[in-house]
Design a protein around this ligand. Structure first.
Ligand SMILES: [Zn+2]
Length: 298
């Protein structure tokens, strides 16, 4: 059954919307035909966005029954598809209210918002729209399986997945970080500086290099020469180069793989092997007590 707006009437969250859409469109191919889907769901046209400084937009009406999606003409295919997904979310999520002239206008910063809990309601909408776009373009059931199809986490595989799903490497990498069994982190760099980094907060350690800061010299990206558009070997890197290794705790073994691209960009993938919990003798002795039997009564 092709999906219609009636199926989605009660869906307020990106997750619920995607579940209902995937239920109605059970044989959706990969790459997901996002433009066709948008048309089925009330988008009458997808046009070039003329307003400078924005990546995407949506012109709609008060009831949001239909909409025209605007996309910056300079975007490459993957980013264009993500932007369409993002604007479609603004149309479908009932709480998202357009601004002046019944319009949404979304900047690059909006397209990168991910935290659904920020205080600013507008940024929260942007994060929800990004969540919808990501779930829609990388349907979780299929993507989770494919992300875990290789024995080791592998950047070359992330790049292949980005081609197969027709999304940017950043979007594919972000989902890879979420779905891969082992804890991994993905870093985007430009001209030897960290642009953005993504890790799963519950099982990957804090990355100590700030966004915008120089890449540490000990990184595999800088300590060796690499070929363009080919993922390097996976090599061990001193974990203190990237991670917050607290004093007195054993650092995990850190592995690094890099993928240099044209234009000064590069991807880095970090993976860890958790340290075995060793019995700490000093700690044990602190807690052990002399057994009563060792007291010899006089
Ligand atoms: Zn937006």
């Amino acid at each position: 059954m092709p999906v219609s707006r009636i199926d989605l009437a009660d869906c307020g969250s990106p997750e619920k919307l995607v579940i209902e859409i995937l239920k109605a469109e059970s044989d959706l191919p990969i790459p997901v035909p996002i433009e066709k889907l948008a048309q089925k769901l009330g988008v009458t046209e997808i046009k070039a966005l003329e307003t400078d400084g924005f990546v995407g937009g949506l012109i709609t009406n008060t009831t949001k029954s239909t909409g025209v999606i605007l996309v910056n003409r300079d975007l490459r295919k993957g980013r264009r598809r993500f932007t369409i997904g993002h604007e479609l979310a603004h149309l479908l999520i009932p709480t998202h209210k357009p601004g002046k002239d019944d319009r949404f206008l979304c900047s690059l910063k909006d397209l990168l918002a991910l935290d659904p809990k920020v205080a600013d309601q507008r940024i929260r909408w942007e994060a929800e729209a990004n969540r919808f776009a990501s779930l829609m373009l990388l349907p979780p059931a299929v993507f989770r399986k494919e992300a875990n199809a290789t024995k080791e986490p592998d950047l070359q595989h992330v790049v292949q997945l980005s081609h197969r799903y027709e999304v940017s490497k950043e979007v594919a990498g972000r989902a890879y970080v979420d779905y891969r069994h082992e804890p991994v982190a993905l870093l985007l760099t430009h001209e030897r500086r960290l642009l953005r980094s993504y890790r799963r907060k519950n099982d990957f350690p804090f990355i100590t290099v700030d966004w915008g800061a120089p890449i540490p010299k000990g990184s595999l990206l800088l300590r060796k020469r690499h070929e363009f558009s080919v993922a390097s070997e996976i090599e061990e890197t001193d974990s203190a180069v990237w991670l917050d290794v607290s004093r007195g705790r054993r650092a995990p073994t850190l592995f690094e793989q890099v993928y240099p691209q044209q234009g000064g960009y590069a991807l880095i993938m970090l993976s860890i092997e958790a340290a075995e919990e060793e019995e700490d003798e000093a700690d044990d002795s602190r807690w052990s007590r002399r057994s009563p039997s060792s007291f010899v009564p006089h």
